[in-house]
Write a protein that binds this ligand. Structure first.
Ligand code: MG
Length: 369
């Protein structure tokens, strides 16, 4: 089987809440996502998606995906999409770095492998653990009372895990976290995600002020060493996200006991193949995981569901259903949230079918010859 054509489609994903705000005053109101289609000589077609959280979160930007695919795709024509490790080695050989460019292509090739073998991607990734995947809701950075109200509203929709976007003024962040903690009920879990937004002295003040609260601290500072210092000064469960972007740093952080939970984002690592490798290492190393992506619509959400559902339950901390944050549906068959959970499709591949009326014309179209 050979790849014969790769196309990319641009789609805008507006938010139900109007905007999504996080550390450093960053905000997105319409996500710019890219859907990738990989065609083969046997008529089987796979779909993937990649969507950065704006241009200033990770070293990734939406138009860069399309430009990167223009560079990469001609060198993938003729490759076998079923040989995922070989395909990833090829992508890394012809384009150094840029994992977010490769993510949607890798995802589409997993979709193809599932369709060829007649099984859902979660089975190919290791199995199907449990009946459903537990979701968290990200709470955009707002005034403390607004964030507490949002948590109560999303709690009424079935969510029991909440990730607060903090990383702003540390004194207001302390108020935000306390205001939300006050409306939680037994069994809920609370994460304060600073998204690299605090300097070490700010982070030290925050964790000290929260000493008696049951809250996870996520990625307080930009530098790994600074996060590790905060970790050494708090007994809150600790999550690392932005700095865990390779196997090498995961192994170092594990040896340093620098976190209890790792945030695995598919496009941060370069696709499902590499996310699976990090996921499997986290199981071996005894680390919990948030399994997700930087952002996305129905296809990213489907891929997250397969990655999460194929992860042993006790290692799954949370995942998220980005398709319920946005007002546009780009594919049929994607997971739908039920009482704060979702499930991977049982159809072959990712189980999604793009909605062509939404995707429109391809903005990248590369074929052989
Ligand atoms: Mg995070």
């Amino acid at each position: 089987m050979e790849i014969t054509r790769i196309r990319a489609f641009q789609v805008n994903l507006p938010l139900y809440e109007g905007s999504y705000n996080w550390s450093g005053g960053q905000s997105v109101s319409v996500f710019d996502s890219t859907v990738i289609e990989v065609q083969t000589d046997e008529g089987i077609v796979g779909y993937g998606e990649a969507c950065p959280l704006g241009p200033a979160y990770l070293p990734a930007y939406a138009a860069g995906i399309r430009t990167g695919i223009l560079e990469l795709a001609p060198r993938l024509i003729g490759e076998d999409p079923r040989q995922l490790v070989a395909l990833n080695r090829r992508m890394d050989a012809v384009l150094k770095g840029h994992p977010y460019v490769k993510s949607g292509i890798d995802m589409a090739c997993w979709d193809i492998l599932g369709k060829v073998t007649g099984v859902p991607v979660c089975l190919l990734l290791g199995g199907r653990f449990g009946d459903e995947v537990v979701l968290y809701r990200a709470i955009s950075q707002e005034a403390p009372d607004v964030m507490a109200r949002r948590v109560s509203e999303y709690r009424a929709e079935g969510y029991r895990r909440f990730q607060l976007k903090v990383g702003g003024d540390p004194d207001i962040d302390i108020e935000r976290i306390k205001a939300v903690a006050a409306v939680l009920k037994p069994g809920d879990r609370l994460v304060a995600d600073a998204n690299t937004g605090w300097l070490p002295h700010d982070a030290l003040r925050v964790v000290r002020a929260l000493r008696d609260l049951d809250v996870y601290i996520e990625q307080p500072c930009a530098r790994y060493e600074d996060c590790r210092t905060i970790r050494q000064h708090t007994d809150h469960p600790f999550i690392l996200d932005e700095v865990i972007d390779s196997v090498e740093v995961l192994l170092r952080a594990s040896a340093d006991r620098a976190m209890d939970v790792v945030n695995i984002k598919i496009s941060k690592l370069g696709g499902l193949t590499k996310a699976r490798q990090v996921r499997d290492l986290c199981v071996t190393l005894g680390l919990g995981m948030t399994l997700e992506d930087s952002w996305g619509g129905d296809i990213v959400t489907a891929a997250i569901a397969h990655l999460a559902h194929s992860t042993p339950e006790e290692y799954r901390f949370t995942s998220t259903d980005f398709n319920s944050y946005v007002t546009v549906s780009i594919a049929d068959g994607a997971p739908k949230r039920v009482a704060g959970t979702m499930s991977a499709s049982t159809a072959p591949g990712l189980g999604v079918l793009p909605r062509w009326d939404v995707l429109g014309q391809a903005v990248v179209d590369v074929s052989g010859g």
